[in-house]
Design a protein. Structure first.
Length: 101
C-alpha cells in the first residue's frame, strides 16, 4: 500500500473512534441495537474502503513496468604460464604466473 492511503485510513479511524465510544440511548422496540449498528458500519466501511482501493490501483494493463535489468556476470578467462627470469646474480628462476585476458 502507499503511504497516502494509510494516512487517510488512519484519519478515518481516529475520527470514527470517539463516535464508537458513545453509547446511544436505549431503544424500546424496532431498532437494530448497538451491535447491529456496529456491524453495519464495519461492513459499509469495508465496502467503501474496497471501492476506494480498487479505484486507486497503480497498475493497469498496457502501462510500462520499469525494473532493474538482471545482473550480468562476466567470467574472466585465465590461465597459468611458466615465466623464467634471471636474478642479478645470474641464476635463472622459473615461476608460475596467472594471466587473465
Amino acid at each position: 500500500m502507499r503511504k497516502p492511503l494509510l494516512r487517510s485510513n488512519g484519519a478515518v479511524a481516529l475520527v470514527g473512534l470517539p463516535l464508537c465510544g458513545t453509547l446511544p440511548a436505549a431503544q424500546a422496540g424496532g431498532g437494530i441495537g448497538v451491535g447491529g449498528a456496529a456491524a453495519q458500519g464495519a461492513i459499509g466501511g469495508l465496502a467503501v474502503g474496497d471501492a476506494i482501493a480498487s479505484a486507486n490501483d497503480g497498475y493497469c494493463l498496457g502501462r510500462p513496468v520499469y525494473r532493474a535489468p538482471p545482473p550480468v556476470y562476466v567470467e574472466e578467462v585465465c590461465h597459468i604460464e611458466r615465466r623464467g627470469f634471471i636474478d642479478p646474480y645470474g641464476v635463472e628462476h622459473i615461476r608460475r604466473a596467472r594471466v587473465c585476458e
